[in-house]
Design a protein. Structure first.
Length: 248
């Protein structure tokens, strides 16, 4: 009994003693080497720990990016939704606005084109705004200038016709080729081609580029769906889910 009481007293003394804080800087070289070896052995035996850590870090970064993007959209709302020159399609009175930054030479923009059309057709209550954002070289810039010039000369219907045609246009966008394309659409080809290099057209492109820079947009397609900034191509079902989230 005496031995049991003595052991109990010793245990209580050990567990009630203050625990010193671990100071890694106070370790000797030998202790540090042993610690590193133990740590390495643990990670080798439990590699999932590293994956969990990376996943957690990526999730935190994604959440921070989403919050930052919400602020960017809110700060630039007027330029996004009411710039006074970008083409507006879908339902102009829709309860949700989708903005698309696109480049006619971008393969993913072309892929998204039909799916955006399907989204508008199936929903019927979405306001679509197109932002001309040519970033893939001179051919992209010429294509956008052509589309903008068509809108300035012929109005919204002319822009829509040119926009759809440019999404499937496979040749080099020379003045002659674009002139023939405009003629085939029943548009004033000479006036449109003459307008392409005007200050009025360049002003629209410059303002959109400045907006994209403020939004930290570096690729196409990029969407603003309600309050969300969606960077890159998303398939139709994902777009529909985002629209649902925004409405809720």
């Amino acid at each position: 009994m005496k031995r049991l009481l003595a052991s109990t007293s010793l245990c209580l003394a050990v567990f009630s003693a203050p625990v010193a804080a671990f100071d890694i800087t106070a370790m000797s070289d030998a202790e540090r080497a042993a610690f590193q070896e133990e740590l390495r052995a643990y990670l080798m035996a439990n590699p999932q720990v590293i994956l969990d850590s990376v996943n957690q870090m990526e999730a935190q970064q994604a959440e921070q990016q989403a919050q930052d993007d919400l602020s960017l959209v809110a700060t630039n709302a007027e330029a996004l939704f009411e710039d006074g020159f970008s083409w507006i399609g879908g339902n102009p009175e829709g309860d949700l606005t989708v903005v698309e930054f696109l480049d006619y030479r971008c393969g993913y923009c072309r892929k998204a084109h039909e799916e955006v059309a399907q989204l508008l057709e199936a929903d019927g209550n979405i306001r679509l705004i197109i932002k001309e954002f040519p970033i893939l070289g001179e051919a992209s810039a010429i294509s956008s200038r052509f589309a903008i010039a068509a809108k300035q000369i012929g109005g919204d219907e002319a822009y829509k016709a040119v926009h759809d045609a440019m999404m499937s246009f496979g040749g080099e966008p020379s003045a002659a080729a674009l002139g023939r394309l405009a003629e085939g659409l029943g548009l004033n080809s000479k006036a449109i081609v003459a307008r392409m290099d005007s200050q009025e057209v360049e002003k629209e492109i410059s303002e959109t580029r400045a907006l994209a820079q403020r939004l930290q947009i570096r690729g196409t397609p990029t969407f603003v769906m309600g309050g969300q900034l969606v960077r890159g191509y998303v398939p139709l079902d994902a777009m529909q889910q985002i629209v649902k989230e925004e409405r809720n």
